[in-house]
Design a protein around this ligand. Structure first.
Ligand code: FAD
Ligand code: PYC
Length: 415
């Protein structure tokens, strides 16, 4: 079915009845060419690009809950590519480029909105970090320019740029091509296209074991029975170490809760995204009018999808000072997700010592922006049994060689 304006008008009188099913709800088959563990955006994108780019569609995506119910449906939708190191810059820029045409590619409106992302500097160190990253980005062909407090105030009049506050704004850097995309729509659009291409998306199907024989994978055990496959890609985000341990692997990642919240909806007051790493605060406005507010991670390891009130308290202190209108608004919802963080704050998209077992994790606080790019390179890695040049530096081997890709600065959410 085509999603044109004409079709929308034609369908309107029938109310919310008889919508075509967006994807099937198939029973698991006994065997597949590829099994993907986790129907978040990254898992769905992997299955989609496996079918679209590599002609592999005998794929099952196994999801213990509902698709998009993990971090994909819990994030604050910021999409950008302003990373420091060449390896990351190329990978995230590839993803941003895919986002620019994702709605057309999927024939599903993912509401990509390049409204610009500003990172604030609150001290001299921040300014130096942003300048350095700006130079690095521009050398990689990525737009990232310094902006003065006055320019920031013109773009975002709700910000307080007084020099006498606790976290004064000394300046910032802006990526104008960055912005937001609707997180649920990204998952739904990818799921619908993957399903159309023949991929089985199997929800309420938890992987409980990984079968390994003579050093290679042969299938998985699930809450809906055993399923065979010679190639398994695990994309379970916060549960990456749990899933990897089923195959006897110990990953260098730690899981933490990351929280966010939204206010009651108000008229448009902010048409860009502003982030402050130092203050552990970021803000944007959703199309519904809610101010979307994020914080830093909780300091301790946890598998609980909620976090500590101390983190929220700290976030609100900074918010009310930087954006005084927030102090007059009601907070409607607070939630958390479990993020998996590697020591260098960069992802792991890698083959493993077990033949046919591939891992994609460690996206930490910043993987939503990478959703199409991550799926694209992971599909290549699984289909060709070797990494694409865009993800070869993000392998497990870097934790032995020491060739880490330290992106704590660009992560933009304090870890
Ligand atoms: P998920 O969407 O979590 O998918 C993994 C799936 O695997 C889950 O659905 C889970 O149920 C499933 N699974 C796990 N174990 C099993 C099993 N044993 N069997 C079957 N299924 C299993 N990133 C940004 O770029 N921009 C942002 O603005 C941003 N904001 C964020 C705000 C918050 C509050 C949080 C929590 C995260 C934020 N992130 C952001 C990070 C981003 O959400 C994640 O990096 C990204 O969504 C990860 O996608 P994914 O598909 O790997 O993970
Ligand atoms: O990586 O841009 C990001 C981000 C924003 C909020 C959480 N992560």
């Amino acid at each position: 079915m085509k999603y044109s304006l004409w079709n929308l008008l034609r369908q309107a009188p029938r109310g919310h009845r008889d919508w075509p099913q967006a994807w099937r709800n198939p029973e698991p088959k006994e065997a597949y060419d590829v099994i993907i563990i986790g129907a978040g955006g990254h898992g769905l994108a992997t299955a989609y690009y496996l079918a679209k780019e590599h002609g592999i569609s005998r794929t099952a995506v196994l999801e213990k809950g509902w698709l998009g119910g993990g971090n994909t449906g819990r994030n604050t939708t910021i999409v950008r590519s302003n990373y420091l190191w060449d390896e990351s810059a190329h990978l995230y820029e590839h993803s941003l480029r895919l986002f620019e045409t994702l709605s057309q590619d999927l024939n599903f409106n993912v509401m990509f909105s390049p409204r610009g992302v500003i990172n604030l500097a609150h001290n001299e160190h921040d300014l130096k970090e942003l300048r350095r990253r700006g130079h690095a980005c521009r050398l990689n062909g990525i737009d990232y320019e310094m902006v003065t407090p006055r320019e920031i105030k013109e773009i975002a009049p709700i910000i307080n740029i007084s020099r006498s506050i606790r976290y004064p704004v000394l300046g910032g850097a802006m990526q104008r091509r960055a912005g937001n995309a609707r997180h649920d729509a990204v998952a739904w659009g990818l799921a619908r296209r993957a399903d159309e291409l023949g991929v089985d998306i199997i929800q309420n199907c938890e992987v409980t074991g990984i079968d390994v024989r003579d050093g290679r994978v042969t299938g998985v055990q699930t809450t809906r029975g055993a399923i065979r496959a010679n190639r398994i890609g695990a994309v379970p985000a916060g549960h990456a170490s749990v899933v990897a341990s089923m195959a006897g692997l110990r990953l260098p990642v730690e899981s933490h809760a990351l929280q966010a919240m939204v206010t009651e909806p108000v008229k448009p007051v902010l048409d860009t995204v502003i982030m402050s790493n130092t203050v552990h605060v970021y803000i944007s406005q959703s199309d519904k009018g809610e101010l979307v507010l994020g914080a830093g991670i909780d300091g301790y390891n946890s598998y609980s999808q909620k976090g500590g009130i101390n983190v929220i308290e700290h976030q609100l202190e900074g918010l009310c000072e930087l954006y005084p209108i927030v102090s007059r608004l009601k907070i409607m919802r607070v939630w958390g997700g479990i993020v998996d963080i590697a020591p260098d704050a960069s992802p792991i998209i890698s083959k493993t010592p077990i033949e046919g077992f591939y891992i994609n994790c460690g996206w930490g606080t910043g993987g939503f922006k990478a959703t199409p790019g991550s799926g694209w390179v992971f599909a290549h890695t699984i289909a060709q049994d070797r990494p694409h040049r865009l993800n070869e530096a993000f392998d497990l081997g870097r934790f032995e060689s020491g060739l880490l890709i330290d992106e704590h600065g660009a992560a933009a959410v304090a870890h």
